[in-house]
Design a protein around this ligand. Structure first.
Ligand code: ARG
Ligand code: ZN
Length: 890
């Protein structure tokens, strides 16, 4: 059943209050749901249709009396409700089985504790309800459970009562002072301990912050708590938004489908985004925790106080909240260069994950028009591209203007369920006369048109007139259901560099004097030109600075221009981008050259010298150097090609990596020796950048050793692996051995496992490293099958399933795409196997073959067959069905 955005109608009933009583039992939990409802006067009188899924219904009472009802395909239908618009009471008693809930939606058990996940449509698995975000109610919740087994009982809002019951049971009563949609409901019950922190807000209010984890994990909660305190302070300082609750709780669970969930006052997190100490977590983990804690906290305003009218508006809260967490991490990073590093990392995610989505069978607008299963639309498009759309708004109205727009948004919509249009309108209305306000209808095409626009730039220098003309042409390829696209509003950050790298003042032909400072031009036409005057020599254009719009820039750059940008651009993003383009151009050339092996591939001196220049640069940050010296990902390279041979791409990229390793061997040694020691562990941007560069250097040095047979560097890597004082250095050293295929890896891996056998998140890394290792003669797939037979493997645990299966199928293209199709066979088996347990996780895995149509033979044919094999199953979930049907379409 396809759900369409245009079919939205307001609910026929409102639910004003909900009073829930849970008797928690893993095998049979009893849920008493007492609601006050009334008819929506704006909608024609009709029956009440409540959503429900996998519930056992025991009793229905209306105003305390028995009533007739029907069960109709997952709906509880009540036809004989009181007439008129007076409120009435509805009491529903159901039971469910949390222990058997392997989908991890609704109420489930993990490690003998109870957790919930209700977004998007999980609440209907707890009780019958109008499970849609525009129905907002006041909740009070009583939890009853065995006291010894479940000493901690949590729900949204404030704890108003608690006490003992008979038979060793106890209860807790929670009242949420804020109205909310059902997807923000949560409860937790189990043996948990909390790190606590009292804070006073700017407004002088006291709050209690708590981070709940299993006993034994308390020493891994400091960073999450610090991140939470930073989040509270940041939202007050940047947007004037304060915490609106007496207490704010985070609870970690090791069984979770996604990253985390912003339930009102009771955020539930995947342990991966909470638990960290220097011994078990890497710098990347620390950074992810900071941004996910921020993200969920920021949802309290952008998502909870103002929520979505319907799920097509998901980006209203997700795009905006990703934008906010990105800004938060940038602000915490502080230094401009550290901010730029964060920006580059964010763009890298967008371009390696979202651009392919936008070009594939699952392409959809930031505000989708239809879906079969909403869980399939928690995507990089809705999240990351959505964040870019919000970022462009900020660019068009300025940072202060954007803050004003946010204020107007809350003034207008606080406490309501609204649309993406409402958001854009508020930002525009707060900034009359801004480019956003003037161009609003056209700007909103970013919400309605799928696909990544291409921006083609060509420059012409007129020496006699001393002018430089930049011609910009935009286009956007067709996507499913959208054959034709209208031009977008593209903010374009621009600079012109003189041949010696100096930044030139920009003065349009229509301007009397140059306008100093950074400039953003707004491209709106299919084709347009910008002419600059008083230019003495042909400049090098630095286009789309800071990645000012989510487009593919076809800059027509020559190598010489790219080398100038890499050496001199004052915009760090474009400086990095120049290095990536130099590498990409070479990769594409080698891939096209049909020399069977890659032995003859030879990187040119100019490129190597440029890379050496960055690596040895006296003032650039280590973190930035690491980003420049890392070659574009295989999936990113693949997106630039019409026909993709994943093994060829892998071989070429590996050969380039090896060449860089050899050619810069002395420089890598220097880099390693100068950056290897970062002192006591701190996850700050400077020391994590140093660790990243040292890690890359070590990997490169081990690669050199692999060819030469030298054992010194692998030996050093092994030593570092054994002695490292933190997980980042330890894991980087292990990964250097594994990725260079050195025999010492065979000693290091079991040692690592023995050291961390009780640390689930570290074991995930151990599994992922092996499943993601570079393929050598097809060795990875057998290794993956063995990993799945390992006693620590567990398909039901999403983190563990992802660490093996996704690391292979979704993140190791060189090993997954095999000429014998065995990778695809493995994939189809796992999709089917997982689908029976957890459709959401299965559907993510199903997307590993999204881009099958681009594959060269024999991959293409074999991939199609594997997808068809999955599609042939008759009992697939909606989740997987939607993905494979779209993959096979037309
Ligand atoms: N709203 C959550 C977040 O972005 C994600 C929850 C997604 N859950 C799901 N079942 N699709 O932080
Ligand atoms: Zn979110």
């Amino acid at each position: 059943p396809v759900i369409r955005r245009e079919d939205y109608t307001a609910p026929a009933f409102w639910i004003d209050t909900v009073d829930l009583t849970f008797d928690l039992d893993p095998a049979k939990t009893r849920v008493l749901n007492r609601m006050k409802l009334r008819r929506n006067p704006d909608v024609a009188t009709q029956a009440l249709r409540l959503d429900g899924e996998e519930l056992n219904l025991a009793r229905v009472l209306v105003n305390g009396q028995g009533t007739s009802f029907k069960l109709d395909g997952g709906h509880l239908v009540l036809e004989n409700l009181p007439d008129g618009h007076e409120p009435f009471e509805l009491e529903i008693f159901t039971t469910c089985c949390p222990a058997k809930n392997s989908k991890l939606m609704g109420l489930y058990v993990s490690n003998d504790s109870f957790f919930t996940q209700c977004e998007a449509e999980g609440f209907r698995r707890i009780t019958y309800f109008l499970d849609r975000p525009d129905v907002m109610a006041s909740y009070s919740v009583t939890l009853r459970a065995d006291k010894a087994r479940y000493p901690v009982l949590l729900s949204n809002g404030n704890l108003v009562d608690q006490g003992a019951l008979d038979d060793g049971r106890h209860f807790a009563k929670w009242v949420d002072p804020h109205r909310k949609p059902s997807y923000l409901f949560a409860l937790v019950a189990g043996q948990l301990v909390a790190r606590e922190q009292r804070i006073t807000s700017r407004a002088g209010k006291e709050h209690l912050l708590q981070v709940f984890v299993r006993p034994g994990d308390l020493d891994k909660t400091e960073h999450a708590m610090n991140s939470l305190m930073h989040s509270v302070a940041w939202d007050e300082a940047r947007f004037g938004l304060s915490l609106d609750l007496e207490r704010f709780m985070i609870v970690a669970t090791s069984d979770f489908n996604m990253g985390a969930m912003e339930n009102k006052g009771l955020n539930i997190f995947n342990t991966k985004y909470v638990l960290a100490n220097a011994a078990t977590a890497t710098d990347t983990d620390y950074a992810n925790i900071e941004s996910v804690v921020g993200h969920e906290y920021f949802h309290n305003w952008t998502g909870n106080r103002v929520t979505c009218r319907d799920w097509f508006q998901l980006s209203l809260k997700e795009g905006l909240t990703v934008f906010r967490d990105q800004e938060f991490s940038q602000d915490l990073a502080g230094e401009p260069s550290a901010r730029a590093v964060k920006r580059i990392e964010d763009v890298r995610v967008l371009r390696t994950a979202q651009f392919p989505e936008d070009a594939g069978p699952m392409a959809h607008p930031v505000r989708p028009d239809q879906y079969i299963e909403i869980n399939n639309f928690y995507t990089v498009t809705v999240y990351e591209k959505g964040a870019e759309v919000v970022r462009m708004m900020q660019t068009l109205v300025g940072r202060e203007g954007f803050t004003k727009g946010m204020s107007l948004y809350f003034e207008r919509h606080d406490g309501h369920a609204v649309t993406c249009d409402d958001f854009a309108q508020a930002i525009a209305d707060a900034n009359p006369g801004s480019a956003l306000a003037v161009l609003l209808p056209q700007f909103k095409r970013w919400y309605s048109q799928a696909g990544t626009p291409r921006l083609q730039a060509s420059g012409h220098y007129d020496a006699a007139a001393r002018t430089y003309t930049l011609t910009l042409a935009q286009s956007c390829p067709p996507t499913p259901g959208q054959p034709h696209k209208e031009p977008f509003v593209i903010p374009m950050g621009l600079g012109l560099l003189a041949p010696d790298g100096r930044e030139l003042p920009l003065q349009l032909a229509t301007e009397a004097a140059p306008v100093p400072g950074h400039r953003t031009f707004v491209v709106t036409q299919a084709s347009e030109t910008l002419t600059f005057q008083n230019i003495d020599a042909e400049p090098v254009p630095s286009i789309l600075r800071g990645f000012s719009a989510p487009v593919i820039l076809d800059g027509g750059y020559t190598d010489a221009q790219l080398l100038t940008l890499l050496a001199h651009d004052s915009d760090p993003f474009n400086r990095w981008e120049a290095g990536q383009r130099l590498a990409l151009n070479r990769a594409i050339k080698y891939i096209a050259e049909d020399n069977q092996g890659t032995r003859t591939l030879a990187l040119d001196e100019a490129f190597i010298e440029a890379m050496r220049g960055v690596l040895r640069h006296p003032t650039l940050d280590a973190a930035f150097k690491e980003l420049v010296l890392t070659l574009p990902a295989e999936t990113y390279i693949a997106e630039q090609l019409d026909v993709v041979d994943p093994q060829r791409i892998h071989a070429v990229r590996e050969a380039m990596r090896e060449q860089l390793a050899h050619a810069l061997a002395d420089d890598w040694q220097w880099a390693y020796e100068t950056h290897r020691d970062t002192g006591g562990y701190q996850p700050d941007p400077v020391s994590s950048g140093r660790r990243a560069l040292a890690g890359l250097a070590l990997t490169q040095l081990c690669l050199v050793a692999r060819q030469s047979g030298d054992t010194v560097w692998p030996g050093k890597a092994y030593q570092r692996f054994k002695d490292a004082g933190n997980m980042t250095d330890r894991f980087n050293a292990l990964s250097a051995l594994v990725s260079s295929g050195h025999s010492l890896a065979a000693q290091a891996l079991p040692r690592f496992h023995a050291l961390f056998k009780d640390e689930a998140l570290v074991l995930d890394k151990w599994f992922a490293l092996q499943a993601g290792a570079p393929d050598r003669g097809g060795n990875v797939l057998p290794a993956v099958r063995q990993l799945m037979a390992h006693p620590d493997f567990n398909l039901r645990n999403p983190n563990r399933a992802r660490s093996v299966i996704f690391s292979y199928c979704n993140a190791n293209p060189g090993a997954f795409h095999r000429t014998d199709a065995a990778g695809y066979v493995f994939w189809s088996e796992r999709v089917i196997e997982l689908d029976a347990l957890n459709p959401q996780v299965a559907a993510r895995l199903a997307r590993a073959l999204d881009r099958w149509k681009k594959l060269a033979e024999p991959y293409r044919h074999a991939a199609r067959e594997a997808i068809a094999r999955v599609a042939a199953k008759t009992d697939l979930s909606n989740d997987v069905r939607e993905v494979v049907t779209r993959a096979l379409a037309e």
